[in-house]
Design a protein around this ligand. Structure first.
Ligand code: 3PG
Length: 394
């Protein structure tokens, strides 16, 4: 694959796929992590004297123009981060886009309106991909978060433009995630959490042969507990996945580490961010009218001891209902353990999505080696799947 540093872009128009799918509320960007992550690529192109055309999706507008999903507020925030104006085109194709591109001078930056206002984007429509390609001389993909989608702006476009390169963010993500999988320093510990097993089966299966320890926490731990014949009360359980949980326990004998105690409650009130009665109970003592909402202090210690001495750590998924303060301690303790592992010389990687949100909430995101900007993309990469957006660059 060609890397951004290998392309000569002086005076050229470069169209860059970024992932600016960020939370926007009342016309303002709420979290600009993905914008900041794209700055090295944008700055490099600006400094090289390219005319920079940025394109992204935001949300899932399903081919409709939805004002709440406009990228306009993103252009405003990006201009603040870059310290220079960012032009905005009201559409990503057609006269609005071509006119805006024609007005660019070397070093200028333009952001096109949400690609998914056109259904042709997610359909990976050839005509639409050609229209995007026709806006520029060169294509750079730096949208790691969208690399698992074969869409017109991530895959189709590469067939219609002379030169394609990968940006700094994609390279950094692939370097971290890739070397963890292919040449991990040992011991290698993976921590998988989250509510359901169903979304994580493939990643557990793919990681088991590679890791020394696989820690399982979060709601999905209860399905494993039940598969071991234990009482889990009203805890989350995927009944239909019990045989699979048994199979994974067998497969992961000697490697899988499950919680030994839990924070149990009789009530989970998402709306008011509260839980009912609170008690730490052993893995054998979840009462019929209780549910597990977090791991307990013994498990926290058990997991932390293992994580802190690991030389490679990959974390995907929270340990409990971390959105509620009362049941967030286990997840934050894992975040702390990752920081200690980093201080001890380990490489620590947080897969995107909920665990990235958790480590940010804990204020520790810059104290680990890498926090991925991809939720689904990093999960698919860890599952060993090929990412169409990356493959298309080769
Ligand atoms: C994400 O936030 O995971 C990416 O931007 C991809 O979005 P999508 O799941 O709507 O394709």
């Amino acid at each position: 694959k060609l890397f951004i540093e290998e392309i000569d872009c002086k005076g050229k128009t470069v169209i860059v796929r970024v992932d600016f799918n960020v939370p926007v509320k009342d016309g303002a960007v709420e979290n600009d992590k993905r914008l900041r992550a794209a700055l090295p690529t944008i700055t490099r192109l600006v400094d090289e004297g390219a005319k920079v055309v940025l394109m992204s999706h935001l949300g899932r507008p399903k081919g409709q123009r939805v004002e709440a999903m406009s990228l306009k507020p993103v252009a405003t925030r990006l201009a603040e981060l870059l310290g220079k104006p960012v032009a905005f085109a009201d559409d990503c194709v057609g006269p609005a886009a071509t006119d805006a591109v024609a007005n660019l001078k070397p070093g200028d930056v333009l952001l096109l309106e949400n690609l998914r206002f056109h259904k042709a984007e997610t359909d990976n429509d050839e005509g639409f991909a050609k229209e995007l390609a026709a806006l520029a001389d060169l294509y750079v993909n730096d949208a790691f978060g969208t690399a698992h989608r074969a869409h017109a702006s991530t895959e189709g476009i590469t067939r219609h433009i002379d030169s394609c390169a990968c940006g700094y963010l994609i390279k950094k993500e692939l370097d971290f995630l890739g070397s963890a999988l292919t040449e991990p320093k040992r011991p290698f510990t993976a921590i998988i959490g989250g509510a359901k097993i169903s979304g994580k089966i493939d990643v557990i299966k793919a990681l088991l042969p590679k890791v020394d320890t696989l820690i399982i926490g979060g709601g999905m731990a209860c399905t494993f507990l039940k598969a071991m014949g234990k009482e889990i009360g009203n805890s989350l359980c995927e009944e239909e996945k019990l045989p699979l949980a048994k199979e994974l326990l067998e497969l992961g004998k000697g490697k899988i580490l499950l919680p030994t105690d839990y924070l149990a409650t009789d009530r989970l009130d998402f709306e008011n961010r509260a839980i009912g009665s609170q008690a730490f109970v052993g893995e054998d003592a979840i009462a019929k009218d209780q549910m597990a909402v977090d791991i307990g202090p013994k498990s926290t210690q058990l997991f932390a001891d293992r994580i802190e001495v690991s030389k490679t750590v990959v974390w995907n998924g929270p340990m409990g209902v971390f959105e509620i303060d009362a049941s967030a301690k286990g997840t934050f303790a894992v975040a702390d353990a990752l920081v200690k592992a980093t201080e001890n010389g380990g490489t620590t990687i947080v897969g995107g999505g909920d665990s990235a949100a958790a480590i940010e909430k804990a204020g520790l995101a810059d104290k680990v080696s890498h926090v991925s900007t991809g939720g689904g993309a990093s999960l698919e990469f860890l599952e060993g799947k090929k990412l169409p957006g990356v493959e298309a660059l080769s």
